[in-house]
Each structure stands twice: as structure tokens, then as C-alpha cells.
Design a protein around this ligand. Structure first.
Ligand code: WQD
Length: 340
């Protein structure tokens, strides 16, 4: 059975990817420092899959620990690398924390697993900034990052492409996610934001359950049909399945080069106000919201051209906005009744 390492495997996207790898017949090893997740996720993963996953509490900044782990796990054939800090706002306040953690972690992984390895990297559409044309393709110009978080994604892609260029045994696929939302259909795993959620959908569900006050719509004067900003929201389970497709592509050696990148989105844009009404229509809950000023650093609109992923990864998003909202709400209700 092929053994895949998932770094950040107790996190939001990581835990959903562990489930889909398991369902696809892979043996999964989790490495996480629990800095932005909860050990109880292992129990939840057992409840979903019946499997107690091999868990290693390691900080990727600890080079000796990562080296030792790599030596003790010579049968790992692939790595899906999620473990990194990802809060846009926090990265602006603490850039060195982000550069140190996100780059030391990646570099320690690459230097420790310096043998034949398939490597899937968690990148982001944030590298595009505000695209010049939409839908945005993988060939679009990478724009100057609006935050240290976005910059760590851009530079990490460069580290990987430049290393792969001189390391034939390193095969990389970078997945550029759009906006991950929703939760597993069992409502046993989902997003666990630290503190006040910066992202729209977790703020919506926490507002709906009474944990937060009204939602602030950041701007209604954008050049969009309803004036609010547009994003390509993708269900986290569809996103998780894209990682399985990427690992399969690498295993089968179907890649055009040993560094490839793919947009992982639905190809459809939804505005903030559309998300709010989709949540209300799907759940029957009434949301309190008001319109405030634009958030600094936000782009107006983005949605992905996903033809390359559809055709070459053999992957297409299947779950719609209503399922994203339904599952996010079911998870919020679960976590209120079963706090970690
Ligand atoms: C979505 C839209 C906000 C909160 C970022 C990162 C991206 C990824 C996802 C990590 C925007 C609006 C939000 C609120 C609002 N990060 N909004 N009120 O900024 O598109 O993407 O998070 O994986 O890489 O860049 O996501 O959910 O914060 O915002 O009106 O309370 O919702 O202005 O238009 P974003 P978001």
C-alpha cells in the first residue's frame, strides 16, 4: 500500500484530504505541530474512516526532528504539504513569523526527503492578485503579493520549481486553491478558526449560531453586479479529492515536467451577498449583516479557469454552493454541541 505523508494533516484541508486518501486506498501518515488544529481531529478521523492514523507531533522548523522522521520513514513515496501559517491579516502584523515558519518548514522537508519523492504543494490563487482577465488561467502573471502570507506562497512555488529543475527525482504539483469552504458530510470535521474568523463563511456560521455579532459585508461599491466582491468558492471535499488526483498523476508519471501547477476551483464566481443569500436559502436561518467599508488588500473579483485541472488531472468540482453552506452549518452546529 502506497504511503503518503500529509503535513498539517489535522488541519482543515489536511484532515479532509486524509479521509479522501484513505478512501482511495492509500496508507496515510500525519505530521502536525497542532499550532492551528486540535488532536481530537484524530478521533474524528477514526469515527469517519475506522482508522487510527499514524500521527507525529513535529514542528517542521525543527530540522533534526524532520530529518529523523524522514530516515525512519523511508517507505513514504509522496508528500502533501499543508503545514504552514495561513492567516492573511496576521501575516501583515508578524511577517517574520510567517517567513520563518513557512520557508523553514518547506526547506527542511525538501532537504530531509532528498530522494525520489512525489510532492503536492498547497498553493493559493492569492498569487494572482487581481488578475488582468477572468477566468484566470495558470499562465496568468503572478502579481506582487498583497501580504506576507501571499508572498510565502509565491516564493514557495519558486523554491519548488527551481529545486525540481535540478532534482529529477523530485516531482512537484502545486495546487492553486481558490476559496475553500464547507465541511465533511458527516459534520465530524470542518474548519476550526483560531479566534475571530477572518474568512467569510466561518464568520457567517458563527454569526448564525450566535457566537458572533452581525456580519460586515466589506464593501458594496465594487464594479460587480451587486457591488460586493466575487470569489470562486470550492467545497473542501472537492478540494481534498484534487490532492488525491494530483498524487495519482505523479505516481503514474503522466506529468509534462517535474513541476506543474493547477487551478483548483469551480470556475464560477459568487459575490458576498450571493453567499449570504445562499446560506439563508439553504439553512432557513436569517443572517444579520450590515455593509461596511472595503477591507484593505481585498481584490474585486477572481474565479478560476479550471480546464487544465479538468482535462489533465481528471478532476472536476462536483459540490455546489448549497452543499457548501449546508455542510458548513451542520459542522457549526456539531462543534457547538461537541466542543473540542
Ligand atoms: C472572501 C470575501 C471579503 C469576511 C483568503 C486568502 C486565500 C485563502 C482564503 C487561505 C472577500 C469578504 C470576508 C467578512 C466579508 N486563504 N468578507 N466579510 O480574502 O478571498 O481569501 O482566504 O487558504 O488565500 O487570500 O477570503 O473569506 O476572507 O473573503 O465581506 O467578515 O468575503 O472581503 O470579498 P479571501 P475571505
Amino acid at each position: 500500500m502506497t504511503k503518503i505523508l500529509v503535513t498539517g494533516g489535522t488541519g482543515y484541508i489536511g484532515s479532509h484530504t486524509v479521509v479522501e486518501l484513505h478512501n482511495a486506498g492509500y496508507e496515510v501518515v500525519i505530521l502536525d505541530n497542532l499550532s492551528n488544529s486540535n488532536i481530537k481531529i484524530l478521533t474524528q478521523l477514526h469515527a469517519i474512516t475506522g482508522k487510527w492514523f499514524n500521527f507525529n507531533e513535529i514542528d517542521l522548523q525543527d530540522q533534526d526532528a524532520v530529518q529523523k522522521f524522514a530516515e525512519e520513514n523511508g517507505d513514504i513515496t509522496g508528500i502533501i504539504h499543508f503545514a504552514a501559517y495561513k492567516a492573511v491579516g496576521e501575516s501583515v502584523e508578524q511577517p517574520l513569523k510567517y517567513y520563518k515558519n513557512n520557508f523553514y518548514g518547506l526547506i527542511n522537508l525538501l532537504t530531509s526527503f532528498n530522494r525520489k519523492i512525489d510532492f503536492v504543494f498547497s498553493s493559493s490563487c492569492t498569487v494572482y492578485g487581481q488578475p488582468d482577465s477572468l477566468p484566470v488561467t495558470e499562465l496568468a502573471q503572478v502579481k506582487k503579493a498583497e501580504s506576507p502570507y501571499g508572498n510565502t506562497k509565491q516564493i514557495a512555488e519558486e523554491i519548488l520549481s527551481e529545486t525540481a529543475a535540478v532534482t529529477p527525482e523530485l516531482n512537484v504539483i502545486a495546487l492553486r486553491y481558490f476559496n475553500p469552504v464547507g465541511a465533511h458530510e458527516t459534520a465530524l470535521i470542518g474548519e476550526l478558526p483560531n479566534g475571530v474568523p477572518a474568512n467569510l463563511v466561518p464568520f457567517i456560521t458563527q454569526s448564525a449560531i450566535g457566537k458572533r455579532g452581525p456580519i460586515t459585508v466589506y464593501g458594496s461599491d465594487y464594479e460587480t453586479p451587486d457591488g460586493s466582491a466575487i470569489r470562486d468558492y470550492i467545497h473542501v471535499v472537492d478540494l481534498a479529492k484534487a490532492h488525491v488526483a494530483a498524487i495519482k498523476r505523479l505516481e503514474e508519471g503522466k506529468t509534462d515536467s517535474n513541476y506543474e501547477m493547477f487551478n483548483i476551483g469551480t470556475g464560477k464566481g459568487s459575490s458576498v451577498l450571493e453567499i449570504i443569500s445562499a446560506f439563508e436559502n439553504t439553512t432557513g436561518e436569517t443572517l444579520n449583516y450590515n455593509v461596511g467599508p472595503r477591507r484593505i488588500g481585498d481584490i474585486v473579483q477572481i474565479y478560476g479557469d479550471v480546464k487544465k485541472s479538468n482535462e489533465q488531472l481528471g478532476w472536476t468540482a462536483k459540490l455546489d454552493i448549497n452543499e457548501m453552506m449546508r455542510s458548513a452549518w451542520e459542522w457549526e452546529k456539531y462543534i457547538k454541541a461537541n466542543p473540542f
